[in-house]
Design a protein around this ligand. Structure first.
Ligand code: HEC
Ligand code: HEC
Ligand code: HEC
Length: 410
């Protein structure tokens, strides 16, 4: 009986909210909540020491210091067991805790604010069904002055626009669903939008690519050169579903996004994301002139490439489908910021294994075999061969990247 009332209430809510809601419509409230925690990738950050609960404990690196991720299981003492649905909604949509203190935007409330009260109630209902895990997390990990939570009130004033997602009536239901997912629960901009000096979104460059923890989340606007404008809808869906396409493999933070979130989304939702990313537009950027093949850095880079890279990525940069990513017309390589390439060449990389692509090939680390200048030259070479064109990389950039990655072995 209660289920039936709930289901009716949900249908009404679904109708009232228009096209935005597209979770399978036979879901109960807590099943809908479970699906929303997948959309919101809660697990990637809140995963507990047991590897399966949301008991928290991870330290997230931010430019301001390390922030610990709290326990959000329903444990009374160490989790959110004493919270009400109102408390939860206030945290999700305004970044404020029940005691009135502010949460830091490493918790993506700046995106979660786009979710509705009904969404948050569903998540809360789902979290209540999970076992309470006793796990105390030290919340005071940031150095002065960032440990002053009150500062966040000013930060919010500058950087935060609260408010539920509003569909654009000029656009299709699918586009609006995609916009809701990308800008709301899936918080793609947390990584893919560059940050201003105080860690807020540089809104004029929305989804144009951002650096984080020694990684680079590339441009995912419809820009044909740097973004996904040249990716087909099927390719975007495959990348989000499996972590692999012929041209790219998801590693690092994106591998986690794929594993915990996008690989478990419905086909309809992945399609909506692809439609939104392809149709929302994005400035077409002009390609720089490529560094000419006769340049000494290019010649040195070509020799290193033939010796150390071509065995896998092939002499013409075409790679091998499903095994070695293509380097020609590969957007990760073309970004102005070479962080993504340098990271892979110095540290190697193991991309995500998903049920659809269970064996993840890996890229060896070259940090011990190549000098800063050699890494720079081979990077310059792959950025400017086979039709690619991107600024040359200097030995100094490689040195800095080595410093950054040596600090954080993982
Ligand atoms: C990118 C990492 C990240 C993701 C994804 C994330 N969180 Fe969090 N969350 C955090 C961090 C960090 C904090 C603590 C912020 C602070 O201490 O100010 C936090 C705090 C919270 C809090 C406040 C708890 C408290 O005791 O103060 C709640 C509730 C919460 N998250 C729920 C969620 C839910 C639900 C999801 C998924 C829909 C989610 N989070 C996704 C990082 C994340
Ligand atoms: C936690 C940070 C983070 C979040 C959240 C995130 N991404 Fe990413 N994304 C990255 C990083 C880092 C890369 C580069 C991966 C690599 O180097 O292999 C990436 C790569 C990608 C790529 C491949 C781009 C290319 O040119 O190779 C696509 C497409 C993408 N992300 C889409 C999305 C979408 C859509 C969302 C939201 C559903 C999202 N990402 C959320 C960090 C993130
Ligand atoms: C033994 C085979 C092998 C060799 C040798 C190799 N790679 Fe890779 N490379 C890979 C694999 C596999 C991946 C995908 C890794 C992943 O999925 O995270 C990759 C990924 C990359 C990427 C990231 C592409 C993307 O879109 O995610 C770049 C850039 C790259 N390699 C450059 C190089 C360069 C430069 C060299 C030579 C210095 C080189 N590789 C040598 C196997 C290799």
């Amino acid at each position: 009986m209660r289920g039936a009332i709930l289901a009716t209430a949900l249908t009404v809510a679904a109708l009232a909210a228009g096209p935005v809601r597209a979770e399978p419509d036979n879901y109960t409230e807590s099943e809908r909540g479970r699906y929303l925690t997948i959309l919101g990738d809660c697990m990637a950050c809140h995963i507990g020491p047991d590897g399966q609960s949301l008991a928290g404990g991870h330290l997230l690196e931010t430019p301001f210091g390390k922030i610990s991720v709290p326990n959000i299981t329903p444990d009374d003492e160490t989790g959110i067991g004493r919270w009400t649905a109102d408390d939860f909604d206030q945290a999700m949509r305004h970044g404020v805790r029940p005691d009135g203190t502010h949460l830091y935007p490493a918790f993506p409330y700046t995106s979660f604010t786009k979710m509705s009260r009904a969404d948050n109630d569903a998540i809360f209902a789902y979290l209540r069904t999970r076992p309470a895990v006793e796990h105390r997390v030290d919340r005071d990990t940031l150095p002065f002055p960032f440990n002053i939570r009150l500062l966040m009130a000013g930060w919010n004033w500058l950087n935060f626009t609260p408010g539920e997602f509003q569909p654009d009536p000029q656009r299709s239901a699918e586009y609006n669903r995609g916009a809701y997912l990308v800008e709301g629960p899936a918080h793609c901009g947390l990584c893919h939008t560059p940050r201003n000096l105080i860690g807020g979104d540089q809104t004029s460059a929305h989804l144009e690519g951002g650096a984080l923890q020694g990684w680079f989340a590339p441009n995912i606007t419809a820009d044909k050169r740097l973004g996904i404008g040249d990716w087909s809808e099927a390719e975007i869906i495959a990348y989000l579903r499996t972590g692999h396409t012929e041209r790219s493999a998801a590693s690092g933070p994106m591998a986690e996004v794929v594993a915990y979130s996008t690989s478990q989304m419905t086909e309809a939702d992945l399609k909506a994301i692809a439609v939104y990313l392809r149709e929302r537009g994005g400035a077409g950027s002009a390609a720089p002139a490529p560094v000419p093949a006769e340049d000494s850095r290019m010649r040195a880079g070509a020799a290193i490439y033939d010796d150390t890279c071509a065995a896998c990525h092939v002499g013409d940069g075409s790679g091998a489908t499903g095994m070695f990513p293509r380097l020609a017309n590969n957007q990760l390589i073309l970004q102005d910021d070479p962080t993504g390439i340098l990271r892979v060449v110095l540290q190697g990389s193991q991309s995500v294994a998903t049920p659809q692509a269970p064996t993840a090939p890996s890229m060896p680390s070259f940090s011990w075999r190549l000098t800063d200048q050699q890494v720079a030259d081979v990077a310059t070479f792959i950025r400017n061969s086979w039709g690619n064109a991107a600024p040359a990389v200097s030995a100094e950039q490689v040195r800095k990247m080595r410093e950054l990655t040596a600090e954080r072995p993982d």
